[in-house]
Design a protein around this ligand. Sequence first.
Ligand code: GLN
Length: 557
Amino acid sequence: MSEKKTKYIFVTGGVVSALGKGIASASIALLLKRRGLNVNIIKCDPYINVDPGTMNPFQHGEVFVLDDGSETDLDLGHYERFLDQSMSKDNNVTTGQVYHTVISRERRGDYLGATVQVIPHITEEIKALIRRAARVRPETDIVIVEIGGTVGDIESQPFLEAIRQMALENEPEATVFVHLTLVPYVATAGEMKTKPTQHSVKSLREIGIQPAILVCRTAKILDESIRNKIGLFCNVPAKRVISAIDVETIYEVPLQFNAEGVGQEVCQHLRLKAAEPDLSDWEEMVSRAKHPSSRVKIAICGKYVHLKDAYKSIIEAFVHAGVANDARVDLIWVSSEDIKQSGAESLLAGIDGLLIPGGFGERGVEGKIESIRYVRENRIPFLGICLGMQCAVIEYARNVCGLKDAHSYEFYAELKHPVIHLMADQEGVTNLGATMRLGAYPCILDKNTKSYQAYGIENISERHRHRYEFNNAYRELFANTTLILAGLSPDGRLVEVVEDCSHPWFVGVQFHPELKSRPTRAHPLFRDFIAAAVDFNHKKKESDPAADEMVARQRVG
Ligand code: GLN
């Protein structure tokens, strides 16, 4: 299909934020891909930051890093996981990027004396970036375009205007608007309420957009009378008013959309002849996720434990690893600052594994180091990611090698033992945006390691986001210890993986494996980490059957 023939699905959201527009968009994309169509998907973010890389996780949640090193919105993580397709910088458009390009063009004098305005200059640039998504993947049949924010926001107006124009410029069957809304149940009235949806569609229609399909988030399936009412007031056929009920796992959403006929209605509107989707492997994955035969407790010890969005990909990677091991992974969130106050012994008792995620800044670091000591000494499986790996090196240097003041140069410039130091190419970097070591880099694994066992290959490629690294001046110190350098960059200069070879499963990685885990293909390190946790749990029960139950009771109490 040539670029001209590519069709577009525009997904907008109304009433409230956090309705799951990213998951809804990814689910629609999956249903179309499974019908044999070539799909691409992009996220338009109305904020003025050029990318989310400079935003605090409390503002924005996780920054999702792609192979090409772009720092993007966490919805791109859902896209990659649902489509099992890697994204690139072209899949995330922000207001910041759009203005940056237009203003640079204006400075060069490219607008030939014209007054540069939101319409047409900004909207033209948005349209060009949306159309680019049809070109970057060959033979793209459909581009799904998710517009961030909620209808009515000032910020998202240029994006809505751009997609309105695109619909006008194309054949009617080349574009479809899908609008996601909320139909709340008001307990005091004992009724589902349609008014918020009516208002949100009214705002869309005021700017010239008529949604063709309404996906309504609701606690209960909408009955016929409610669908008729919404259809009538919103000018949408009742069969295109879809109930999107709450589900146990996000991976159930595509199955639920399929049963509700979302894919079929989209294809009908776009006049696309496509086979029924084959979802058998997906159904099996969901069923395994919902009915595991064992369970393990994994503690995540980090700084943003009250904001789960900051660890989105890690949470999902554990779901995938659970499916691969037929186990349910119960996550126990432990604030690294609490560990410092109350001690690892009391807060981590009863766990089957510990994960220390990536992070920035000194707050909570001592708690992370202390919790690593606890699992290393108690032979509990451990996975350290980025800062988590750096903390593992510091812990080992302090408690095994006896360098009491070992630390990272990230936190103190004057250090006797900076076992983690600034990467050479980071010296003199002053701009914070997009200046870390970012994206996919190769790594060579030592064959006698747990990491090699997990991957089954020597040459791997993983995504990075860091400024600091293992200090090579300390290689000799570790040479005769059990902390081995299990993975290095191809030139041998950069330590990418460390392992404690005397421990049942203790792996620290400088990269972010969670970013490449997919629901039907769990990441090898997460998969084997959970396998080790299952094993640890079984042995624990064998040696003391009452212990596990006691810990569970203590927690409930
Ligand atoms: N702050 C550390 C560094 O910059 C770790 C980064 C991370 O965990 N993503 O190297």
